[in-house]
Design a protein around this ligand. Structure first.
Ligand code: HEC
Length: 131
């Protein structure tokens, strides 16, 4: 009986720790997104700014935000955004899409990139948080 209780406690501890870590990732990603905010909106009611709105990015084809005037480079990149492509792109946007008009040097820190993806990828195409 004692053993069982201990086991249950362990599982509970691990679960709580894991979900806390994830919550932190999203929060850290949100503050990292401050670097993007000058040019990008995300979430409900997000509009195109200097750059396109980024709702529903996971699975979205490059160059397809409605009414946004993309460069040919971005439009014709053939990219479908997902975790792997995004992480490569955001390290050095001009290397991944030569000729892009996104004037951003990139983010090199892997943890920051992971947090940023956790934040960005949670929004569906209507800017709602995915369940
Ligand atoms: C100085 C303005 C600026 C900043 C800062 C900026 N972007 Fe951009 N971004 C752009 C522009 C402009 C484009 C459109 C590029 C084109 O058409 O060549 C773009 C395009 C993109 C795209 C491609 C979208 C699509 O629909 O294909 C992604 C993804 C993206 N940005 C993510 C980010 C993220 C994440 C950050 C912050 C870490 C960021 N950008 C910071 C201006 C910016």
């Amino acid at each position: 009986m004692k053993k069982l209780t201990f086991g249950a406690l362990m599982i509970l501890t691990v679960t709580v720790t894991a979900s806390t870590a994830m919550a932190q990732d999203v929060a850290a990603g949100k503050s990292s997104f401050n670097k993007c905010l000058a040019c990008h909106a995300i979430g409900e009611g997000a509009k195109n700014k200097v750059g396109p709105e980024l709702n529903g990015l996971d699975g979205r084809k490059s160059g397809t935000a409605p009414d946004y005037n993309y460069s040919d480079a971005n439009k014709n990149s053939g990219i479908t955004w997902n975790e792997a492509v995004f992480k490569e792109y955001i390290k050095d946007p001009k290397a991944k899409i030569p000729g892009t008009k996104m004037a951003f040097a990139g983010i090199k820190n892997e943890t920051e990139i992971n947090n940023l993806w956790a934040y960005v990828s949670q929004f569906d195409k209507d800017g709602k948080i995915k369940q």
